[in-house]
Design a protein around this ligand. Sequence first.
Ligand SMILES: N[C@@H](CCC(=O)N[C@@H](CS)C(=O)NCC(=O)O)C(=O)O
Length: 208
Amino acid sequence: MQQTESSAMYTLHDSRLSGNAWKVRILLSQLRLKYRRITHVLADNTTRTPEFLVMNPAGKVPVLILPSGEAIPESNAILWHLAQGTPLVPGGLDQVRVVQWMFFEQSEVLKAFSAARFFTSIATKEEEKKVELAAWRTQASYVLKTLELHLASREFVALARYTIADLALYPYISMAEQGAIDLGPFPHVRSWLARIEAQPGWVPLLEQ
Ligand SMILES: N[C@@H](CCC(=O)N[C@@H](CS)C(=O)NCC(=O)O)C(=O)O
């Protein structure tokens, strides 16, 4: 575990390559919120200790510790909490559109893209689950076709402007090629990714 930065109000438990934690770091930057990072090496199982499980019973990063000491797990719950009261979370029916796409991300996007990436570019051992790669890539292709059609007539997924729905969907789709998922045939998806990267305060996965 490595700790970086000081004098922070928030503490973010993350891991170096986590796309879910990347979402949170982009938003913290966009909202200009100071935070300290506690970066776990997931293979060391430090997210499965009794102390960590009190913060997140699921034993995963990201977990954001608020200035009050309250722990919030689940990347999209963290985005929701931080962005409340900003234009990134609208009110009324528009809010439902944002929630809709954040659920789509967790149910349809996350597992397929993150698993394809992990077993293609990150895992070092011969993993049993590798046999499922074809299924994950098929699911990823369904997601990309869905988004390509949706984004053909709009700039952002939920509303006419950037919201946390775009941010929730962004990390794993932007890293699709690390899972040998080709974004070439999806020009509208690629333009949308570029629009997200052009938002003020966007930060890369790995700081130079
Ligand atoms: N639904 C969760 C998923 C979190 C998740 O899968 N985190 C991964 C890193 S990206 C993790 O901590 N894996 C460690 C483990 O499963 O032991 C979220 O959106 O935050």
